[in-house]
Write a protein that binds this ligand. Sequence first.
Ligand code: SIN
Length: 282
Amino acid sequence: MSYSVKPLSSALGAEVEGLDLSQPLDDATVAQLRKSWLEHQVLLFRGQDVTDDQFIRFSACFGELHNHQNYQEELVHPTRKELLVVKSHAVNGKVIRFGQEWHSDMSYTTRPAMASVLGARRLPPVGGDTLWSNMYMAYDTLAEPVKRMVDALSAVHDVTNGSSHIGDRADIRIANMKRNPPVLQPIVRVHPETGRRALFVSEWMCTRIPGLSEIESDSILSMLFKHSTRSEFVYRQKWKLGDVLIWDNRCTVHMALRDYGSEFSREMIRTSLVGTPSGELV
Ligand code: SIN
């Protein structure tokens, strides 16, 4: 199957043209796509008219699918556990805020997601873009003494941190903490396929660096959050209906912008691919 790959920004991301994801992909195409994906970290396929099953089949070309047992029930598709339905309007009376701060999927578990695939199903007239930042670049551009320092540090990742869970009822918060107790992750991860070093921190998840004083921990983390999301490391995805996008969580962080009126809704479907073990329970 022939297709072309066109970079989307100078930092990361590429658009793949010429493939119809409603059709099965052959092994050679999947192997070639994986190479492009490892190179560009984010691959975008526009104009795809895919059913849920076809979306799942495409996702499974890249690895084992997660069944989202650690997610809030209302986010998981009622019959296809491999699918999250990410809605920004009210669901059962609760406004779901999902992914609206920088993060890498499931970094708060000891099996952080290798990849995620997102498909646009309903979009506001303007806004609702998603940003990705290149965490290889973020690591590579640190000064050598800072690299040596962060190479030796780990940080606590806690999913209940950050604005996505502000206003959660106490019972919901406690249930979430029970499902997802905080995890200690290295601040620098070696990508298992490319061998490259990438920063593995994010504003949503990281709460502290054990062994350091509060001021040391807060200062280092806030420097890393700011540095790792500099505009020159970022690709901004302006969604169109029919877009399907796969990203590598091992070397990127992402966030969804909630910059549209509450009268508008946005609905995405997502799969997550199981990654290699990383980190330990705190
Ligand atoms: C996510 O964080 O996985 C979802 C991002 C988005 O809705 O754009």
